[in-house]
Design a binder for this molecule. Sequence first.
Ligand code: ADP
Length: 849
Amino acid sequence: MKRSEVDRTKLSPMMQQYLEIKDKYNDTIIFYRLGDFYEMFFEDAIICSRELELALTGRNAGLDERVPMCGIPYHAYTGYLNKLIDKGYKVAICEQLTDPKETKGMVERDVVQVITKGTRIDSQLNEKDNSYIGSIYDFEYCYTISYTDITTGYFYALVIDHDTNKLLKEIINRNLVEVIVNSKIDREIISILRENYNILVTIIDDIYELNDYSYLYEKITDVRLVTTVKHLLKYIIDTKRGNLSHLQEVEVVNTNNYLTFDVHTKKNLELIETIRLREKTYSLLWLLDKTKTAMGSRLLKTNIENPLTDMEELNRRYDIIEKLLTQFILKEELQRELNEVYDLERLVGRISYGNLNARDLLQLKNSLKVLPNIKRILDELNYGKNIDTLDEVYDLLEKSINEDAPITIKEGNLIKEGYSQELDDIKNICSGSKDFILKLEADERERTGIKNLKVGFNKVFGYYIEVSKGNIPLVKDEFCYERKQTLANCERFITPLLKEKENIILGAEEKIINLEYKLFMDIRDKIKGYIGKIQKISRIIAEVDMMTSLATVSEENNYVRPCLTLERNIIIKDGRHPVVEKVNKSDYVPNDIIMGKGVDILLITGPNMAGKSTFMRQLAIIVIMAQIGSFVPAKSCSIPIFDKIFTRIGASDDLVSGESTFMVEMKEANYAIMEATPNSLILFDELGRGTATYDGMSLAQAILEYIHDKIKAKTLFSTHYHELTSLSSDLPNLRNVHVSAVEEDGKITFLHKVKQGAVDKSYGIHVASLAKLPPSLIERAKEILDIYENKSNNKQPFVQTSLFLPVDEQDNKSNYLEDKLKEVNPLEMTPIEALNFIYELKENMKSKE
Ligand code: ADP
């Protein structure tokens, strides 16, 4: 049964209320609160029963047929909710706004928040990842993007060209998990985002004035950026429905300030995760991440994804690492203190949004506690950043919040003694009465002489005095006992005094819980006033943490401070690939990368498995490390600042779009050629191998010439087309290098050493034999290689010798056959004549053999 098909006039009032709410949230699943359950109806119920494996039931709602329904218990809804969100659904939580016990007629209900992929604030989020929600606004001649991490409040905006590739690059590289777009955007882009990248996309055109939040964007002068920010804000306000005072002023991103690369490059260089297992382990992030806080870890990841181009800032970072390395005792002390700092960025989100508990405040207190020490260390290091230690906030929390406060804030036990006189007074009265009751048992036994008299408590009857059946005759009128309950073997009584104390205790307990809650809320509101300051501290702490991590990694692995030059020369001595080195331990062979004046292209030849692509990746990784402000794996390193990196390494077939390796290869090459500047770095690994030999070789050569003459970007180009090495005589800015290997007794050993000049021999067959291909196949390959090599010496073309005859004899035979065949007309021959003719031909052939 579909929602749109029912006769609403026949529906029960509750179901009418449901449908009124549901009408406002067409693309959203409604979790509709009914007592202790969230229920889903109609199509929502069918989706949820399928996705969450819930039993689909029905509910009588005034119609002939039952309405499809399924439900989940409200106290355990988060697991179900997250499952739906991960699958790309939006969920609206519809709560009961009035107490059913106190409401006559229908309980009021409404949606209190909508949860989507990009707007959730929960413990399911990976603490080391930012998850951004963004707006893409298509102006038809450019796009503007704004995006924010709702948990930390960081907010950015940028303008980019009207170019699909660039748009996708920004969305993916900036880790947007959900976007809203205006309807002008190309539908193809929407489907790529949804299908290839699992990004939740909603189309919305409305833009509203948002006076409450205008401070976030009032300094932005570009109205196109303001439009995308408003576009996004409206959506967030509608979904979150809470206070969003932690959102930070929008930072306008100038893409020129960053070293940019596309999604494939990020993947190929294994910056964040490895290609094969898609895991952080063995990625660059894994290597560099020795941070102590989640904030530091997130900042490091953002930096690896967005290295800088600002020489001054990079040198400042190198200076910091240098200081940390010389003052290693202070560095270690700093790391110990950082260990104590909680995720303040996300905590601020919870303070603002309101789902904060006492444990969060204790974490805040513990973080603030170490700030004076961190401040002192930074001063001693001359770090150049000043931390506000927020002593008054620390004092407030130290005085107020109980060390063993529970997670819930509606059970009391939140506030310390001595913080509120009113609270302490009520607690005293309450505990005085409790003491009275504790003593009562002994007093009453003495007063009545009933030895086994007990004082007890239960939720229904409150406090009572219990006397066993056998002792009932001993109960006298003068005791003023009032019979309350009769059980099989005892009677329970109350007395006026006991009732009075009970009232005091129960009244006080309720008062205590309410007062503690109120005091807690007041403390939270006071801290809300510090959101901006805490955010400033968080930024500094995250940076300090990242820099300390980079210093630690540099120290552990013997990295060196890079020297950034204004000239376009690369001089790296004994460079290493930091991750391969880490994994290979002591076996890594360092290599120089020298591209001095007048050298733009290195053409790299060498056998497979020799280390060509590692050599290429090594340069890109060194550049990226240098441009996030880290030391680099080399003995010395002098490099210019790069603006973009392009790579075509490995076979990254675009399986989703169904394009062939070669097509993807050419598209990536084209992208590099169109976008690269003389300040870019291009890495092409065996470009052109995806097509026929001469085809591929010609394309590779043409691309090399184009880069050489027109782009002049620094380029590493590996190839197995040895013919290309002769290009060095025509292209003055191209140099040949090769990765050597030694061959002994038919076996090959890779030295991984890159040397000047071109390689003179292909070791492919040896590699194949190392890979244990069948010996007969290897022999055959050697035979063919001989023929190829002869051919290159102008001796013989390549042929499969065992099948064909030498060309001149072949010609003789075919001439005889041709002549004979021309002489006859099969249509005029009888079968016997035809047979004889074939026999004659055969005999003739035999005589010639
Ligand atoms: P190619 O691109 O020439 O086929 P790779 O760069 O993929 O070769 O390297 C092959 C293997 O050799 C890699 O698994 C890597 O571990 C190892 N290797 C490459 N370069 C070095 C080096 N400089 N030192 C030590 N091992 C290396």
